[in-house]
Ligand binder design. Sequence first.
Ligand code: GLN
Length: 196
Amino acid sequence: MTIGVLALQGDFREHIAALAKLGENAVEIRTVEQLEQVAALIIPGGESTTISLLAKSTGLDLAIAERIKSGMAIYGSCAGMILLANEILDGRDDQISFNAIDITVRRNGFGRQVDSFEAKLKSTLFADLMGVFIRAPKIEKIGTNVEVLAWVEVQGERTPVMVRSGSALATCFHPELNDDGVVHKYFVDMVHNQQS
Ligand code: GLN
């Protein structure tokens, strides 16, 4: 079984490395043909508007939407979360969204003062989860069928930062920059459970 990492822009190499460390087969995805070969997909952090434009020009926008509809497991980190959200605030009019998770996210929503930061997260799954946030999207609304798996507290306010809806997972933070691999392990388990 192979997991693909969308390699149009952003920190896809770090996701490949995190999966390889867990003993998983991981490949870079740049074409529709490559997408057909994988069981699941990670959309990395980077710039959601750029990833959007490149996905449109390669036809991966429609191909990914189709695979999501047929139940493929998908994980989006940061810019990847923006692409999975049902609603994007402060986005560009032409940026795409796969409507995979019923959340409203605001691009760069944590504001200038905490543009980039690292914080200990509260989680229902992990005891010691650290989150690295880089111009991260903020989840402003949670809709139906969304399970919140982790939160961060910033300036006294608690915000969800890891959510799952069926076979779609998303984080505002970048676990590929941590050494522990626990979020990738959680996604890999999702994929394996689906395949078995
Ligand atoms: N701010 C970026 C965007 O809007 C996301 C940042 C990231 O992925 N580190 O796409």
